[in-house]
Design a protein around this ligand. Sequence first.
Ligand code: ZN
Ligand code: ZN
Length: 396
Amino acid sequence: MTDLSELYRDLHQHPELSSQEFRTAAVLAEALRPLGFDVTTEVGGTGVVGVLRNGDGPVVMLRADIDALPVEEKTGLPYASTARATNSDGEDVPVAHACGHDMHATCLIGAATELAEAREEWSGTLLAVFQPAEELGCGARNMVDDGLFDRFGKPDVVLAQHVGPLPAGFLAHGSGPVMAASDTARITLHGRGGHGSAPETTVDPVLMAAHVVVRLQGIVSREISPSERAVVTVGRLQAGTKENVIPETAEIGVNIRTFSEHTAGIVRAAVERIVRAEAAASGAPRDPEIDWHGSTPVLVSDPDATGRTVAAFAAHFGQERLIPGAVVNSSEDVGVFGAAAGVPTVFWFFGGIDFSTWEPGRAVPMNHSPEFAPEIEPTLTTGVDALVVAARAWLA
Ligand code: ZN
Ligand code: ZN
């Protein structure tokens, strides 16, 4: 039987970038097989699916994501990652489990173990789905497109969780929209290059880009109702190679977060309008290019199914360990599974911070921070128990 904290430390020390989770997938498949699951690898790329058929009854899907991030870990932990990898642009980058997906994968192995051992107490089918490439927003879609539900059966419910900067041992849950939709655009502004000493002979794309970046910040503050949630972030701004050369182009990477298709439409249209208008105002020789190349839908935790699952959490953990009303602006593609199968998704958060040993005044690192690292316990046990309790709330 797998020692869970050992498995966690192993995955943590061997993080792999999105769509490159080869070793991770092999380790997880290896841990799942002795439990009696039918295990299939390479589903939708590097995904792993385990099926445990245990008589008549509902089909319950438990999902964990497994990819890591191009982040240099600075936790100082004895098992910190020092891994590096080549990203899809051919660049050498550090890699770390800065989003805690190693914890999700380990919890799912733990839950699969407990449910397999207790199989005379329930009946139905358990689908353990280890999903790659969550951080790219395409992993769930890739698994669905690879015939996940045709090959392994359609679930009655999709259950998943995310570790975060909450107190360890606690669960947080929302009902309805719980994580934002994400839309990403790559924008190329065209100017006319030339000598830095003769700006009158050029159209400066750097100044154009600067105006665009500032103007984009007016969208949320001036065009969206204060009662709506929306975020516009310019996370990438690139132009030029030298101080005295005015470049030909500037590139801007924009990410927006919203909680309704209506608001998303307003923000996307405003981004396009501002980019085109600033290019026109600058006398750009060519229209800008706006490429919306990444999109994750809003994650909805089905209210009825969430109510049923949370009632089971309350019975097991006690109301005092539950934090209601959780809604975050980050995004998750797990909702793609439920939407594709036409069944409810239930999603909750579990804490990873031990506040009893936390130095007062020290900032709590968020997911994606170089310092993000959940305490192994009680985080791991809580995450395993939550998956088991949730699954048992649905299995016969
Ligand atoms: Zn993440
Ligand atoms: Zn994550």
